[in-house]
Design a protein around this ligand. Structure first.
Ligand code: ZN
Ligand code: ZN
Length: 299
């Protein structure tokens, strides 16, 4: 008797994860290096803070590597259904990094606001902000594509974190130009707007990942798709119970299905397998399907 699920994560998916991790780590390391060099050349205090921000991105990328490595491991005796529930944990971890960036942006802006705004002369540190925005923009775009291919909440959170950095560095850049050429107050105002945007994104990501951890339900259209797929299998009379639950980033489906009561077991079993295979094949988010077959009048 088997007590561990027979399942291997797809090789292609594993490659996508590896690519996402390489992009994240090398991108963040590159930015730390550029910022550290320019910070030491110019002595810019703001840039030292930026270097710390990028260094914290490197730390979370390493935690991400570790977490995603675990989540991609095949089922074993310790986790007989697989390790996919580690994924949303990694996703939550990434939101901490985002929340920290949001907090930093807010507190820096508030102290500048209280000081009446400070005009900053554009220079080499300003150029670093542009480089950061462009690099993070490219990282956002590629990681977002990979997160859609892998359906990974952890990679989705990472993509959002990159977008956060695009916003903060663009706002800092525009803030510096605005503070120098228009009004010193533009810099802190831009910073506050960005931190508000970050906290909104953090709340969305936290809710998404908590749904995956706590067994949230599928969207209505996904339930509709499961029902439609099942009732289209020949021999199925009706579905009288359908329960969905996210277990990690993917769904577990439980159904009670009525078939004719006088079917031989081999035929009933064939119908059961056909339902399971069709739902797994047709509905993207589904990881497992359990079907309870019942004769026509049972409920
Ligand atoms: Zn069977
Ligand atoms: Zn029933």
């Amino acid at each position: 008797m088997k007590t561990v699920r027979d399942y291997q994560p797809a090789e292609q998916t594993r490659k996508w994860y590896v690519r996402a991790l390489y992009i994240t780590i090398s991108g963040n390391l590159l930015l730390v290096a550029i910022k550290a060099v320019v910070a030491s050349l110019t002595g810019s205090a703001a840039l030292y803070a930026e270097t710390a921000n990028s260094a914290s991105d490197v730390v979370y990328s390493l935690l991400m590597v570790f977490g995603l490595w675990i989540s991609q491991r095949p089922p074993d005796n310790s986790h007989p259904q697989g390790h996919s529930r580690f994924e949303p944990l990694v996703g939550l971890l990434v939101t901490f990094s985002m929340a920290f960036a949001g907090y930093q942006a807010a507190s820096a802006s508030i102290s500048k606001l209280l000081a009446g705004g400070i005009a900053v002369e554009p220079g080499l540190p300003t150029l670093v902000l542009v480089i950061t925005a462009v690099t993070k923009g490219a990282m956002y775009y590629t990681i977002l594509q990979l997160s859609q291919k892998t359906q990974s909440p952890a990679l989705h959170a990472t993509a959002q974190d990159n977008l956060t950095d695009v916003m903060t560095s663009s706002a800092a850049f525009l803030g510096i130009l605005g503070s120098y050429y228009v009004s010193p107050m533009l810099d802190p105002v831009a910073g506050l707007l960005v931190s508000a945007w970050i906290f909104k994104a953090v709340i969305g990501l936290v809710l998404e990942n908590i749904k995956y951890i706590t067994g949230g339900s599928a969207d209505k259209d996904v339930v509709e798709q499961i029902l439609h797929t099942t009732t289209s299998v020949p021999g199925v009379l009706k579905v009288h119970e359908l329960v969905t639950e996210y277990v990690g980033p993917r769904l577990v489906v439980e159904m009670h299905v009525n078939v004719r009561g006088d079917l031989p077991l081999t035929e009933a079993h064939r119908i059961n397998d056909e339902i399971v295979n069709k739902v797994l094949h047709n509905v993207q988010d589904v990881d497992r399907v359990y079907v309870h077959l019942e004769p026509e009048n049972e409920s």
